[in-house]
Write a protein that binds this ligand. Sequence first.
Ligand SMILES: [Zn+2]
Length: 142
Amino acid sequence: MSIPDSPPKSNADYSFSERMNIIWRCVFNRCPLCSQRGISRPFHFPKVCPNCGTIFDRGNGFLLSALPAVYFMFTIFWLIPLMVIFLKGQLSFPVTMGLILGGAILVPVLFFNYCKMLALALYYFFLPRELYHPETQDNLTS
Ligand SMILES: [Zn+2]
């Protein structure tokens, strides 16, 4: 997937499939603009794309929506499965609580940067013009 030749200047002119392409690129940990692979890693998140220079972290809480996303991931993929296993009687209470507390630390540490990609996906799904026309972005750093 490459950058379109002449992307629309209005958010309303982007089709649903173009918006979903942005979502899928971010879900698969690729740059939403140029599809560069491997953007986020557990302990590293670049401020700009190493390939095309798209600014990912615009500062001042731009990627703050990654926090509820990582809590959601913890709940869906760690807390609820452990609770189900505990309620079925296959784990003791102390072991379940230990695993939940350990996961409460490990899951956010390991997946917070990936959730920043999900935050980018959601932002550019609704405002794709800002991805293709960076001059229309608000300057959040000043
Ligand atoms: Zn890029």
